[in-house]
Design a protein around this ligand. Structure first.
Ligand SMILES: Nc1ncnc2c1ncn2[C@@H]1O[C@H](COP(=O)(O)OP(=O)(O)OP(=O)(O)O)[C@@H](O)[C@H]1O
Length: 260
């Protein structure tokens, strides 16, 4: 499966937030979107998911323009982990996770035993089965984030769109989520995610798109895109990039901000 964003301009009403933006992500790849607050990352995701109308350009899945796809077909293909989500009703965590199966169900059918098993398994994979019977509105922000990721896994999409999947998570859960994202890509899922941590892009991305406020985008491999100079230009801060040796002798890069 290949998702192609071709020369897309999008925004709200007549206000254009993102101009002439192009990226693509294929099965097995992890594309990290980096960029300052308000640059248009979430807006792009909402446009990909069909919540916002395109001003111009095209979004294709396997070469087909998604504007001709039904909502159901799109929901089966693209999974979404939003930045924050509060349902209006006090559903149990398992109920929220099983909602990920909605696109797979018939019009009047309710989740089967298999759907519940898939949902339970997703919670187990993420190490949060203990939350299963808790009320979703009564768990912490970080726990909700893990539940939303479990819901997206339950959907079993080809492409997973994740808006800051590690936001709100403690250090351990950040690492577990990054590991899980890498595993999903290894299994063939295409992942497009935003992050405010360039280190996370070094750890797990196949490609990076660094977005700047003036609609300037730098695309490429993390090593080429995440440079001290590019981070300074994008975020207006000084950063030192250091190299460390991992347990298997592999080189891991890390960004250290320099305080003035
Ligand atoms: N519903 C809306 N109506 C009008 N403008 C909006 C709306 N939602 C967001 N915006 C504006 O669009 C711009 C891009 O917002 P967006 O949420 O896409 O940024 P972002 O890159 O995801 O930021 P962050 O890193 O803070 O999550 C911002 O200027 C924001 O104020």
């Amino acid at each position: 499966m290949k998702l192609e964003i071709k020369n897309v301009s999008c925004g709200y009403g007549t206000k254009i937030v993102l101009k002439d933006f192009s990226i693509q992500v294929s099965s097995g790849e992890i594309l990290c979107l980096l960029g300052p607050n308000g640059v248009g990352k979430t807006t792009l995701f909402k446009t990909i998911l069909g919540f916002l109308k395109l001003h111009s350009g095209e979004i294709q899945l396997n070469g087909e323009d998604i504007k001709y796809w039904s909502r159901k077909k799109l929901a089966k293909t693209i999974g979404y982990v939003p930045q924050a989500h509060t349902p209006p009703f006090p559903f149990s965590v398992l109920d929220v996770v099983v909602m990920g199966r909605t696109a797979h169900l018939g019009v009047f059918s309710s989740p089967s035993k298999e759907d519940l098993t898939i949902a339970g398994k997703a919670l187990e994979i993420l190490g949060v089965s203990f939350l299963k019977d808790r009320i979703y509105t009564e768990i912490s922000g970080g726990e909700r984030q893990m539940v939303l990721i479990a819901r997206a896994l339950t959907q079993q999409p080809d492409i997973l769109v994740m808006d800051e999947p590690t936001a709100n998570l403690d250090f351990g859960n950040q690492v577990r989520v990054l590991e899980q994202i890498k595993k999903l890509a290894k299994k063939g899922m295409g992942v497009i995610m935003t992050t405010h941590f360039p280190d996370h892009a070094f750890l797990c991305s196949t490609k990076v798109a660094l977005m700047q406020r003036n609609n300037v985008f730098t695309l490429g491999y993390a090593d080429d895109v995440i440079t001290e100079e590019n981070l300074r230009i994008a975020y207006g801060v000084n950063v030192k990039i250091t190299c460390l040796k991992g347990v298997d002798g592999e080189i891991i890069k890390a960004c250290v901000p320099l305080l003035s």
